[in-house]
Design a binder for this molecule. Structure first.
Ligand code: AMP
Ligand code: ZN
Length: 478
């Protein structure tokens, strides 16, 4: 079993990943708040989690992947400020909260399925786990971390000496930096609500009886309660977007530590950087954002977006642009064309077993695994797939078997690739490849006139070349 190295946000360093129980991984990823469609930024984070889970499985781990669905209690500010996202959305659309939640939950799983994201082992709804949340809050209360004020039950962050350790927050700064909306019930600016009985809405749709009065849970408690319920009080990996570090995950840790008497909770925290637009952050609550449907309307397949995401490392910001999407589409098409050409060449012959593969293919797979194991270096793993497919000397059936194996993680649907999706003329592909190699040689020899003329000749014939650090790809135009 290969040991992965992963960047743990707790401590901010690369660490060998050693699960609590040999061979098994408990993985929790914060799921969507289902008051609207997921935007493509959210989807980037879920693609990252999918790649991670698939890499772990590739390396032989049995992964239990738990994802929550937030269908109650998430205010528009993560720090208890603003309006209830679910209630607001339901009121705007004149529907019940539960109907809205179901509609967007279904939409979410349609999107993730189209993106080749495997469904988590366990999907759990907040509204179906309020009893577990109440029980956890009772433990937090019994351990002395709470106070009632203005009808709500609060968590007192000063009771936990290392509150804010994930984000490197310092209590002194927290007190001084009262940047947040003033809630006069709070003793400290970063205290947060565990249980609301006072709502900003007259007819809060979903309420439950509790020891603190009829009301509903704060947002953070669901993740502590459901992760512990399904993965135990200590588990391996907790993931989410980077925006969750300072508030949501910080408060999840506080609650869990307070409930269990500071038993180790999560061993590895992994955070995906944001997808950004030219104009800045993509935000669901601010209204305008791009969904998978927006991309489909512009002529892109969901897997073009997956390919686009594979081009960036999860810990780097990824800038969305339509040019980038165009490139991803062309590259994915070229990839499928290559696979189809190989299928033609391999004919009906059976693909060799993995341990019978040509040594050069085995070596590429070894490299591929090495990249994945090193903090999920997917862009480099993808480049390795291209190298494999481009090697003209290797037997096609072996190359195909290697490519399909890589695609079990990358998820680009190579095995399902069909002619109808992309018609190819194998002779033409070979010719273009030959010219691309000739051009690369010309560039190397600083014969730029020749390189340019090859590009121009191909363009005349409707073939556009695109250079990137991973090499040159081509697409048909016109
Ligand atoms: P939400 O539905 O708002 O709770 O967010 C779902 C997931 O998407 C969380 O893990 C967020 O951290 C993540 N997320 C939100 N915005 C972005 C973005 N622009 N890029 C990447 N991930 C994001
Ligand atoms: Zn969460």
């Amino acid at each position: 079993m290969r040991v992965m190295r992963l960047f743990n946000s707790m401590g901010r360093e690369l660490q060998d990943f050693i699960p609590e129980q040999a061979g098994k991984v408990g993985f929790y990823g914060c799921g969507p708040t289902v008051y609207n469609y997921a935007h493509i930024g959210n989807l980037r984070t879920y693609i990252f989690e999918d790649l991670l889970v698939k890499a772990l499985k590739r390396f032989g781990y049995e992964v239990t992947h738990v994802m929550n669905i937030t269908d109650v209690g998430h205010l528009s500010g993560d720090d208890d400020t603003g309006e209830d996202k679910m209630v607001k959305s339901a009121q705007e659309k004149g529907e019940s909260v539960l109907k809205i939640a179901q509609f967007y939950t279904d939409a979410f799983f349609r999107d993730t399925q189209a993106l080749g994201i495997a469904r988590p082992t366990i999907v759990c709804k907040a509204t179906e786990h309020v009893g577990d949340m109440i029980n956890l809050i009772k433990r937090i209360e019994a351990n002395g971390y709470t106070y009632m004020a203005g009808g709500n039950l609060y968590f007192d962050v000063t009771k936990l000496p290392d509150y804010g350790k994930l984000a490197n927050l310092r209590i002194e700064d927290l007190k001084a930096g009262a940047r947040i909306e003033v809630d006069e019930n709070k003793r400290n600016p970063h205290d947060f609500v565990l249980w609301f009985t006072k709502s900003k809405f007259e007819n809060q749709a979903l309420v439950w009886d509790s020891p603190w009065g009829r009301g509903y849970p704060g947002w953070h408690i669901e993740c502590s309660a459901m992760s512990m319920k399904y993965l135990g009080e200590t588990f391996d990996i907790h993931a989410g977007g980077i925006d969750h570090i300072p508030v949501h995950h910080t408060n999840e840790i506080a609650q869990s530590d307070a409930a269990t008497g500071r038993k180790p909770w999560v061993k590895y925290w992994l955070h995906a950087e944001f997808l950004v637009l030219d104009k800045g952050k993509m935000s669901k609550s601010k209204g305008s954002f791009l969904t998978l449907q927006s991309l489909a309307d512009a002529g892109y397949d969901p897997l073009d977006y997956r390919y686009f995401c594979l081009g960036g490392h999860y810990r780097s910001q990824l800038s969305f642009s339509w040019e980038g999407m165009e490139q991803a589409k062309a590259s994915r098409k070229a990839l499928l064309e290559r696979v189809l050409a190989l299928k033609d060449r391999a004919g009906a012959s059976e693909l060799p077993a993995m341990d019978q593969l040509h040594p050069a293919v085995r070596e590429r797979l070894e490299q591929f695994d090495g990249f994945l194991a090193e903090d999920l270096a997917v862009p480099r793993a993808l480049a390795e797939l291209w190298q494999l497919l481009k090697d003209p000397a290797l037997p096609p059936a072996d190359v195909l078997a290697g490519a399909y194996s890589m695609d079990q993680v990358l998820g680009l649907g190579l095995e399902q690739a069909k002619k109808s999706e992309t018609q190819v003329d194998e002779a033409l592909v070979q010719e273009i490849e030959g010219l691309i190699q000739e051009r690369a040689a010309a560039k190397k020899a600083k014969d730029f006139a020749k390189a340019d003329s090859i590009r121009a000749v191909l363009k005349e014939r409707g073939i556009l070349l695109e250079d990137s650090p991973a090499g040159t790809t081509w697409k048909k135009i016109g």
